[in-house]
Ligand binder design. Structure first.
Ligand SMILES: [Zn+2]
Length: 294
């Protein structure tokens, strides 16, 4: 199954759902960051959540950033996503490994530890919004469930899963966000609670060959799909943006670079791309009085 994301309504439109399959997206992140199996699972879960939360944005200019700061060895992860479910991410140390948990699963909660989840939304150029909640387990799905309940006052269930193959590649990845709409009936609420309490892991559903529609039907019964997107690992850096970052270092820094007479390389941490500037180019930036330099 290739990566896709669906969203829609269920239970007399009392429930909103988003479901995503993100194997290729997480595999791309693994190749870029050379993540250990534990870090593939941790970053993969956050990327999947990012793709789904990006797709919930209302306007095309919106951007969402999820940041996790924990006291475990993974320490820090950041993911950004746009409304088209294009995501990018990075982590402090992608090589962290821990012993498997007693149930044979990767110990994402142990890798992240206790700390904070921060959700930043850039709504076009006008507004931004930041919500922050403590991590409840560091397993990310639970942490986002808690975030939605306390910071956005929306009762939600978030399930995320990444299954890493024996060779370290990604076998399955994906997740769901299910939200109760304000007028949900008691029956709908208790149906959902029962289903979630009895459900197997997200990756079990994919390993059984279920499509996203089948997965959501298994959880919610009848569903009405309202839209579909293709999640993708995508970095929006380009030479123009990097040039602006170089200029923003200021005249003194650029003069120093020119005096050293060596090419300067700037690195994009999200996609591992290098941008090299020859001394002549830096001199030109100064000489042409490029915007921002005074
Ligand atoms: Zn980049």
């Amino acid at each position: 199954m290739s990566d896709r994301l669906i969203h829609g309504l269920s239970a007399n439109k009392e429930i909103r759902f988003i479901a995503a399959y993100t194997k290729d997206t997480v595999e791309e992140a693994r190749k870029i960051h050379n993540t250990s199996p534990l870090c593939s699972a941790a970053l993969g879960r956050l990327l999947t959540a990012g793709a789904m939360m990006g797709s919930m944005c209302k306007s095309e200019e919106d951007l969402i950033t999820l940041k996790i700061d924990g006291d475990g060895p993974i320490r820090q992860m950041t993911v950004s996503a746009d409304p088209q479910a294009k995501v990018k991410g990075l982590m402090y140390d992608p090589s962290v490994e821990l012993p498997l948990k007693a149930n044979g699963h990767l110990d994402v909660g142990g890798g992240i530890g206790a700390g904070m989840l921060t959700v930043m939304k850039d709504l076009g150029l006008k507004e931004s919004y930041t919500g922050q909640t403590p991590l409840t387990s560091g397993e990310i799905g639970d942490d986002l469930t808690y975030y939605f309940a306390t910071s956005e006052q929306t009762p939600s269930a978030v399930g995320l899963g990444v299954l890493v193959d024996t060779d370290g590649s990604i076998k399955h990845a994906g997740g769901f966000i299910i939200q109760l709409l304000p007028f949900a009936s008691e029956e709908t609420i208790s149906m959902l609670e029962k289903t979630l309490a009895g459900m197997s892991s997200v990756t079990d559903h994919f390993a059984a060959g279920e499509s996203l529609e089948e997965f959501m039907k298994a959880l919610l019964g009848d569903i009405g799909v309202e839209g579909e997107l293709t999640p993708e690992y995508h970095c929006n850096c380009d030479r123009d943006r990097v040039t602006k970052a170089l200029i923003s270092l200021g005249r003194d820094e650029l003069d120093k670079m020119i005096a050293e007479g060596k090419p300067v390389t700037l690195h994009c941490d999200f996609c591992n791309k290098d941008y090299t500037f020859e001394t002549d180019e830096i001199t030109d930036l100064l000489r042409t009085g490029h915007a921002g330099i005074d």
